[in-house]
Design a protein around this ligand. Structure first.
Ligand code: ZN
Length: 320
């Protein structure tokens, strides 16, 4: 797909500067002049902008006192400026606590020492309003900090691990193993049959939310095998030819969405109720209505998600 790298989170120009990660003297210099991006429990400090949102960077001088001891990860260089992600999850906001009961947490947490328009936003709600460079930084920061949060102990021997390589490695002194950030491959497939595309509604999703089917690639599988297996498991539809379209880092928390196409060789849907509440074949004409907001029962996939990108380009005949 020629325009594959236009998908959200895939079009940035971050220089990850991996060769600087292991040099503590270089890191000390980089930290002094850095732009620091605070993240609080997976939410990112941002501020509204004319055409969406801006990431809200701080400097060592503008850092609130209770952020000063936060752990940090060197993200790399953008236009020569060093960027660090700062994990301020231990800060306790006094109001606007996260709304975890909602499908999407729209609450915003504001630190009293920062300007009023800055707050910690849920990235899922703002991702389509960031520039490509900012989206890449946000995705990288969110994934790497979440990896640290859940990998404090060695998977080999159970001892506590410590951070090295400017945040890109954890080492275990007890057994000598090093551990590296994970990325979990997920296939997400545009399955078509003639003029129709297959969509599903996950268990627990809002009633009007339908998207492309998706699932984790299992050990020992190819992308093609995983595409066919997931569709068969979830809706009982068989798939013939399969191919690759585009990929998208998906920082919730650390997936790589691999967009594929597949041609169905059967159409009858036999739903797996543990995975999906509903699945439908939708014609191109009906999907055009959905994308233009004319269908009261179904909303288009969320803007910024690869499902939206793939379906939009299927409708526009731009998958080549
Ligand atoms: Zn160990």
């Amino acid at each position: 797909m020629k325009i594959a790298e236009q998908v959200t989170f895939a079009a940035g120009s971050l220089n990850r500067d991996a060769e600087s990660r292991g040099n503590t003297e270089t890191q000390a210099v980089l930290t002094k002049n850095a732009k620091l991006l605070p993240l609080w429990q997976g939410k990112i400090l941002m501020q509204p902008a004319a055409d969406g949102w801006d990431l809200s960077y701080l400097s060592q001088d503008t850092l609130p006192a209770d952020f000063a001891t936060a752990s940090q990860v060197y993200l790399g260089l953008q236009d020569g400026t060093p960027l660090f992600a700062l994990d301020v999850s231990e800060w306790e906001p006094q109001d606007n606590l996260p709304d975890t009961a909602q499908f999407l947490d729209n609450s915003i947490q504001c630190h009293p020492d920062l300007p009023e328009d800055r707050g910690f936003f849920e990235l899922r709600a703002t991702m389509a309003g960031l520039t490509p460079n900012e989206a890449e930084v946000a995705a990288t920061a969110r994934s790497i900090l979440e990896w640290h949060r859940i990998h404090g102990f060695c998977a080999n021997c159970g001892a506590r691990t410590h951070v090295s390589m400017a945040g890109w490695q954890r080492d275990c002194d007890a057994c000598g193993r090093s551990h590296f950030p994970r990325t979990d491959p997920v296939v997400i497939m545009l399955i078509t049959h003639g003029n129709s595309v297959l969509v599903g509604r996950g268990v627990g999703w809002p009633d009007d939310m339908y998207s492309l089917l998706a699932g984790f690639v299992e050990p020992g599988e190819t992308i093609e095998t995983a595409t066919r297996r997931e569709v068969l498991e979830e809706v009982g539809v068989t798939v013939g030819p399969v191919g690759y379209l585009a990929s998208q880092p998906w920082p919730y928390p650390s997936s790589l969405m691999i967009g594929t196409w597949g041609h169905a060789t059967s159409t009858e849907i036999k739903l797996d109720p543990t995975e999906l509440s509903d699945a439908l074949w939708i014609t191109r004409e009906d999907m055009l209505d959905i994308f233009s907001g004319r269908n009261p029962k179904i909303k288009p996939a969320r803007k910024g998600a690869i499902a939206h990108f793939l379906m939009q380009n299927w409708l526009a005949d731009r998958l080549d």
